[in-house]
Design a protein around this ligand. Structure first.
Ligand code: ADP
Ligand code: MG
Length: 236
């Protein structure tokens, strides 16, 4: 079984406190840092969605997660909030890219990047967007500065892995595969495998998908370590 860094030590009972207190759930219950709570409140969110209630505490504890929840359930905040909290909690000593978020399309990358910037507004956490349609040269220069987080489509990220001198995924501590079903449907399975292999085994991995197919299950078994599986639909 893969080793987790000591500071990410998972607690033994992932599903122990399952959430049925939805009427009293607030973002303050997660005991987040003030700069994040302030950003969440600025963005106009007062109450976490069911998927956020269930996934944020587990993600904060560094569990690998395999989450199935339909479009519109609030998955972006479900992974960005704990990521930003963890980056704040453990400040870096040297510039390093520690978070990689993979998305299927440029459009979803742009959206995710915009939410990440808003959530990080009161912090010094830096994000870079790495998708097609933007200048490769500009991106290469940005990646050289080692932003804390990179949001990327698999195709463009592979381009940089192959062609941008000195760019590696050696420092990745958290990997998110967002809309994994769409990434696979779009034929990026090989790219996905190559990217995952280029990240450290000690990473935390979170996989999000609207549907749970056999392919997603295979990917989960190969790339996640003792994942907690969450299924959340409207009725939950
Ligand atoms: P998904 O990735 O599951 O499709 P998104 O993360 O894109 O969902 O969120 C869908 C919509 O819900 C967005 O417009 C987002 O701003 C909104 N949203 C997310 N979390 C909350 C929340 N806690 N309260 C209110 N609205 C939210
Ligand atoms: Mg989404």
């Amino acid at each position: 079984e893969k080793r987790k860094a000591a500071f990410f030590a998972p607690t033994p009972e992932p599903e122990a406190k399952s959430a049925d207190s939805s009427s009293t759930d607030t973002f303050t219950n997660f005991r987040l840092s003030r700069p994040i709570l302030k950003a969440i409140s600025d963005m106009g969110y007062s109450k976490p969605t069911p998927i956020q209630v269930r996934s944020i505490p587990l993600s904060l504890q560094a569990h690998d997660l395999c989450v199935s929840a339909q479009t519109g359930s609030g998955k972006t905040l479900a992974f960005l909030i704990p990521i930003i909290e963890r980056l704040l909690f453990r400040p870096k000593t040297i510039p390093a890219t520690r978070v990689l978020i993979l998305v299927p399309t440029r459009e979803l990358g742009v959206q995710c990047h915009s939410v990440a910037l808003k959530l990080s507004k009161y912090t010094d956490i830096s994000w870079s967007l790495c998708v097609g349609g933007l200048s490769s040269k500009v991106q290469e220069a940005e990646l050289k500065k080692r932003p804390d987080g990179v949001i990327a489509t698999p195709g463009r990220l592979i381009d940089h892995l192959h062609n941008s001198q000195g760019f590696t995924l050696d420092g990745i501590e958290i990997l998110v595969i967002d809309e994994a079903d769409r990434i696979l449907e779009d034929g990026f399975s090989d790219e996905l495998d190559e990217i995952i292999k280029a990240t450290p085994k000690s990473r935390q991995t979170m996989l999000f998908s609207a549907t749970m197919t056999d392919k997603i299950d295979d990917l989960t078994k190969l790339s996640l370590a003792r994942p907690v599986r969450l299924f959340v639909n409207k009725a939950t």
